[in-house]
Each structure stands twice: as C-alpha cells, then as structure tokens.
Design a protein around this ligand. Structure first.
Ligand code: M6R
Length: 366
C-alpha cells in the first residue's frame, strides 16, 4: 500500500500535486476572481462584521494557522490571532460574538483543539473547522466544516494535510476579502490563476528531489539546524524545523529573521546549517541581510529560492530551487522542499520515519 515508495511519508509528499488540486477543485473561478465555499454556514453580512479571527490548532496545524494570520490580515483586513489549543483552553481569552473561531486539525480529534473550540461556542462565536477526516469529533462541534481533500495520511509527520490546510486558508481568505471588498477582481484573479498552477509546480520540485537529497546528506550528522524566514515564510521556517526534529531527531529551531540578533545568533558556530527561506517579495532584501549576518558568523547557509534568482548564489552555500510564483503562495512550494529535506535527512540517519519515537499520529489526550 506504499505504492512502491519506501515510506508512507515519501508517498504522501508525492501525493501533494494531486491533494492540493483536489482541495481547491470546483471551488474557484479565475475568470471572475471568485471563491465558492458552499459548506460555509455564515452570511455575507456576518463575514463583513467579523471583528477578529481566532485560529486554534496544535503542532503542524498551528504552523498552518500562523500563515493564515498573514493571509487574513493582508487580504481581508481582519485582525487574526493564532493560539495553541492547550494555551487557549487554560488562558483568559477575550471573546465576543463577532469573533470568528477557526480550528485547524488534520485528525479532527486533537483533545486540546476540541476543548478550546468548545469553549468558543460558549461565547456565541461562529466557528469553522478545517479537517481532513470526515465525521471526526471536531465536525460535530462547529458551525461549518471545510474539508481538506488530502486522503488518509499514515505517516506521523503531517505533509500533504499541511499543504491542503494552506489551500483552504488561501480560499477562505480570498473569499472573505472579496465579500469585504478588500481586494479587487484583478488581485483575486492573479492569486487564483497562480493557485491553479501550484500542482504543476509541486511536480517540478518532486522531479528534482535528488538535489535536495544530496544537500540533506551533507548535513545529516549535524547536531543543530536553524531555519529562518520572514513574513509568510516565517511559518514555513517553523514547519521546516518541526518536520526535521520530528523525524530525524536533530535539534532544529525556526526563527523570524528579524529575531536573530535578539538571541539566536549566539547559537551559531562555524559550519552550523541555517536554512533561509528567501523567495521573492517585499522582505527579500531583509532576508538577504539576515543571510549575510549568519554568514559573517561562518554558518553554512542553505537557501530556498526561486529559479532564476541569480543574486542569491553570491551569498549562500547551497540553493534549493522552487519555480517562481506569487509572493503569498510560495510557502506551499517551499514547504514541499523542506519536507523532502527532512525526509532525506532521516533516511540518511536510518530513523523510523513513519513512526518517530515517542509520537502518535493523533493526540486524543491532553
Ligand atoms: O490532527 P491535528 O492536526 O490536530 O494534529 C496536530 C499535531 O499533533 C500534528 O500536527 C503534529 O504536530 C504532527 N505530527 C506534525 O508533523
């Protein structure tokens, strides 16, 4: 059932060209820049009146949620907070009935996420769940369910469900933005046209996985690994680090580029691998400065950058390429690269990739 792949994780990484397509198929029209989410039980008037979005999730789903913050704020102009399920449920959230809560959970069974979302209901908030499992517990708690159509995920490390969650967040934020009038038809069309090209671009990355494998093998025996990104690439850095630590047991941390000087630079030694997500966009120059900053401490830099970016080669040791895309959509492509980097690192170390030690696929106890 691994369809010829050595591990479920590798199979699931490869399925992403299809799972991404399946998740948006039939829900968008690039001709008029519209997104159609029939499952959404919330009126246009209520969408216009949303005062704040509260995203609740754990682990990889929380990283997806963090990207959601950038999308809802930039595209739809809605203040968005992203909380970890276990922190939200024992915290002191300020909730009003015009706060929209969005739970993101692949399994739909994560105990902390479920408990946190139930408490939102008590405040009278409208609630949405983004999940991959039909009929899972979360679907019985919320007002609307948006399904990721990734198919069953067996590997403990979330891969295709993560990119499918991102797709739903793009669709939802564009839908909200259109309803609230915060982006015009052409801006929506540009995003949707590019979104439709993402599956083909994922396939291009998969076709060149040998380069990622080579790079992974060079650094497989390192003790520490750092990931840096800014803006929409910051959640990508966090997810890249989570994937690597989860399956290869290398100590890995993700940082926002601007935070390096505030502590993490002290951790760098000669040769320490630093992955910099350096796709084109309004903070490209800023991440270049971060790269120079870590190179000055003799770290070795692996950049994730767009094909055709020749500037980057001057500053880094290795470049892992993604096809060029819209600035806001690049996280999907960069994430696939980092999943492969983690996979091939764990493979080189002969780790138990599909069932990492001490971890379970679904965390149904707190
Ligand atoms: O099923 P969920 O999305 O609620 O699961 C949340 C986390 O347990 C999960 O994402 C975990 O972090 C993954 N194993 C990461 O690959």
């Amino acid at each position: 059932e691994k369809a010829g792949y050595e591990h479920f994780m590798l199979k699931e990484i490869h399925e992403q060209a299809t799972s991404v397509y399946d998740t948006f198929a039939g829900k968008l029209s690039e001709l008029d820049g519209s997104v159609n989410l029939e499952e959404l039980n919330i009126s246009d008037e209520d969408i216009r009146n949303i005062d704040r979005i509260e995203i609740i999730a754990c682990g990889t789903s929380w990283n997806a949620g963090l990207l959601g913050k950038y999308l809802f704020e930039k595209l739809a102009g809605i203040h968005t907070d992203v909380d970890i399920g276990s922190e939200f449920r024992y915290g002191n959230p300020i909730m009003r009935n015009n706060v929209l809560s969005i739970a993101i959970t692949q399994s739909g069974e994560t105990a902390d996420t479920l408990a946190a979302v139930k408490s939102c209901k008590a405040y009278g908030c409208n609630s949405i769940a983004i999940t991959n499992v039909v009929g899972s517990s979360i679907t019985r708690v919320v007002d609307s369910v948006l399904y990721t159509r990734a198919g069953p995920e067996i590997g403990v490390a979330a891969t295709k469900t993560f990119t499918a969650q991102l797709i739903i967040l793009y669709l939802l934020s564009i839908r909200f933005a259109r309803t609230r009038g915060t982006i015009n038809t052409n801006e929506a069309k540009d995003l949707l046209i590019e979104l439709k090209r993402i599956p083909g671009k994922i396939q291009k990355i998969l076709n060149r996985k040998a380069e990622i494998r080579e790079c992974a093998e060079i650094f497989a025996e390192e003790r520490d690994y750092f990931f840096v990104g800014r803006n929409v690439n910051y959640p990508v850095a966090l997810e890249g680090a989570l994937k690597l630590k989860e399956i290869s047991y290398i100590h890995a941390e993700g940082f926002a580029g601007g935070e390096l000087k505030h502590g993490p630079l002290a951790l760098l030694d000669e040769g320490t691998p630093v992955v910099a997500i350096a796709t084109k966009g309004h903070v490209y120059d800023k991440i270049l400065s971060n790269i120079k900053e870590v190179k000055a401490r003799e770290a070795r830099v692996i950049a994730v950058a767009e094909k055709g970016d020749t500037e980057i080669e001057k500053y880094v040791d290795y470049v892992l390429r993604i096809p060029p895309t819209h600035e806001m959509l690049a996280p999907i492509l960069s994430s696939v690269v980092l999943q492969l980097l983690a996979y091939y690192t764990a493979l080189a170390k002969d780790c138990s990739i599909d069932k990492p030690k001490n971890l379970a696929k679904s965390v149904t106890v707190e």
